[in-house]
Design a binder for this molecule. Structure first.
Ligand code: CP
Length: 317
């Protein structure tokens, strides 16, 4: 595998899952694979899980790691071509990217949607420039439209906890005070659609996602109806996708918060969230602290998804 930006880059999903479970059994089995290879992790945005789990995954494979927080200590980067750089931005991404490529063998990039231009976000302008100009394999550590390392970890977690071959998985929108990108819900939908699970998306009207990610999933505007019989509840907030509200918060209705009464409608479902989560906005304390909450094992699987992806990239070098 050269680059990893979405589920389709993995090829056969069952094979990728088998590799993930092999790594989970013995995460140091491939510790020679990354010897003398360097991973550069470039963050345009904050992170806890992605930063730690990806670095740990690289170390398990014997890699060296360098972390660059673009907004802390690096030169301020211009990303637009044609701009007269007489402002506060000292370096252009078009030089910075190939320079970064000189110091590493693999690059991970975190670059969220900026909500300034839907076209720039949905064409993955920043991530694609890394792919085009770095000369190195590139993987997404959450880009503008997808968070594939998270979705892979989510899938591994569902496979571990499911009690029937074809579980019902419900992704529900939940309220949040700030505008959040659609990357996690887009990506989760894309990955769930790549399985044969029963997959339902529920959100208030106005929060429809890009149809390319929704695919054939059932969309249900009545959250309670959607949750009936669910085996897994995946909660997430996202800002509006459709114009003219792209990137805006148009609803903070707390009746969408996942609470015990909602979970009682399910088939004793497991509760999932990618974290970080705002308690008592997205989910109540009682639900996230309940024995059916699997947010911590889900986060732990970020190490496994990252290691599986890095292993596949290293094997292609
Ligand atoms: N879920 C996730 O990507 O967490 P971080 O933003 O902390 O990396």
């Amino acid at each position: 595998m050269r680059n990893f930006t979405c589920v389709h880059d993995l090829g056969d999903l069952n094979n990728a899952l088998a590799q993930a479970f092999e790594i989970k059994k013995d995460r140091f089995r491939f510790s020679e694979l990354g010897k003398n290879k360097t991973l550069l992790m470039v963050f345009f945005n904050s992170s806890l899980r992605t930063r730690l789990s990806t670095q740990k995954a690289a170390m398990n494979l014997g890699m060296n790691t360098i972390v660059l927080d673009v907004n802390q200590g690096a030169w301020k980067l211009e990303t637009e071509r044609g701009v007269i750089m007489d402002g506060d931005k000292s370096e252009h991404l078009l030089e910075a990217i190939p320079v970064m490529g000189c110091y590493c063998d693999v690059i991970g990039v975190r670059s969220f949607a900026r909500f300034e231009s839907k076209e720039d976000d949905y064409t993955e302008k920043i991530l694609n420039q890394f792919i085009q100009y770095s000369g190195r394999p590139v993987f997404s550590m959450e880009a503008a439209t997808r968070h594939p390392l998270q979705s892979f970890a989510d899938l591994i977690t569902i496979e571990e906890y499911k009690q029937k071959e074809r579980p019902k998985v419900v992704m529900t929108w939940a309220p949040h005070p700030r505008a959040l990108p659609q990357a996690v819900p887009n990506s989760f939908a894309e990955w769930m659609n790549a399985t044969d699970y029963e997959f339902v998306i529920t959100h208030p009207e106005g929060y429809e996602l890009d149809p390319q990610f929704v695919g054939n999933a059932r969309v249900e505007y009545d959250q309670r109806k959607a949750l009936e019989g669910a085996d897994f509840v995946y909660a997430k907030n996202w800002a509006a996708y459709r114009d003219p509200n792209y990137g805006k918060v148009i609803n903070t209705d707390r009746s969408w918060t996942v609470d015990t009464e909602k979970m009682a409608l399910t088939n004793n479902a497991y509760f999932m969230h990618c974290l970080p989560v705002r308690r008592n906005m997205i989910v109540t304390d009682d639900v996230i602290e309940s024995p059916r909450s699997i947010v911590i094992p889900e986060a732990a699987n970020r190490e496994i998804s990252a290691q599986t992806v890095l292993k596949m990239i290293l094997e292609g070098l």
